[in-house]
Design a protein around this ligand. Structure first.
Ligand SMILES: Nc1nc2c(ncn2[C@@H]2O[C@H](COP(=O)(O)OP(=O)(O)O)[C@@H](O)[C@H]2O)c(=O)[nH]1
Ligand SMILES: [Mg+2]
Length: 238
């Protein structure tokens, strides 16, 4: 059983995925790890290129959805198939820097038992001004209403405990609400500044308007969930 599974969701990322897999393997060299790429029914040759890489990278596993079902579902598929207790996720387009990932895992492993997640916060966003503006606005509203202390929930680089993640409710686009939902279960969440790189291949899958619309209804949903949490405190077996 590996110590850590690195999960990367990919949708039409043939240009970025192979190099990213190599970078992940280099970052975790000397550790006991597996890499899980989850292809969300890509229309390009992402899967063929990843499969060809398996001879070079024995730690690489490739899963494929029969139907496109979104980034959050791909992350969940990866977590469900992971063989390790600790997970790190990162975007499949190469914008997150794999060199940051071991630091997040180490901080999670060294933390108190209640620490379930270390979430990356992108230091300098390498995206368009419009995307940065939309993201700052959405993050500001969400943080104020949910009090989840997260300045950047859109950062794909996150380390968390597999068991904690699987206790969370699931909905499409849940990846933006992971800190709030971890806190809702009584876990602690820590934040770690991480690098961010420009997208050099492929195209972004999200538009500002689409993201705003989904985030608004999800925000209302998570606010409702928070009114229904009721934690029992320590559970004693007698
Ligand atoms: N599995 C899956 N991954 C997706 C989907 N949409 C986006 N992604 C992945 O999520 C990550 C972030 O998406 P991206 O388009 O780069 O968003 P941006 O960086 O905010 O512009 C990338 O790794 C994408 O490949 C999807 O429908 N399914
Ligand atoms: Mg991206």
């Amino acid at each position: 059983m590996p110590d850590v599974t690195i999960v990367a969701p990919v949708f039409d990322e043939a240009g970025a995925a192979p190099d990213l897999a190599r970078e992940i393997a280099a970052a975790f060299q000397g550790r006991d790890f597996e890499i899980l790429f989850v292809d969300d029914a890509s229309r390009d040759d992402t899967v063929a290129r990843l499969k060809a890489l398996k001879a070079e990278l024995p730690q690489l596993r490739v899963l494929r959805h029969a139907r496109n079902s979104g980034q959050s579902r791909a992350v969940r598929t990866g977590v469900l198939h992971a063989r390790s207790p600790l997970i790190v996720t990162l975007d499949g387009d190469g914008q997150n820097d794999p060199a940051d990932a071991p630091r997040l895992v180490d901080r999670l492993a060294a933390g108190p038992p209640a620490l379930a997640m270390v979430a990356g916060q992108r230091r300098t966003r390498q995206d368009s001004a419009a995307k940065r503006f939309g993201s700052r606005f959405a993050n500001g509203v969400r943080k104020r209403l949910l009090k989840d202390a997260a300045d950047d929930t859109g950062c794909g680089l996150k380390a968390f405990r597999r068991d904690a993640f699987l206790r969370l409710p699931y909905f499409d686009h849940i990846h933006r609400f992971l800190p709030a939902l971890m806190l809702r279960e009584g876990y602690e969440v820590a934040f770690e500044p991480v690098n961010h790189r420009p997208r050099t291949t492929g195209a972004s899958k999200y538009t500002n308007l689409g993201r705003l619309w989904a985030s608004l209804s999800d925000l209302l949903g998570v606010m409702w969930l928070n009114t229904r949490a009721r934690l029992p405190g320590d559970v004693a077996e007698l």
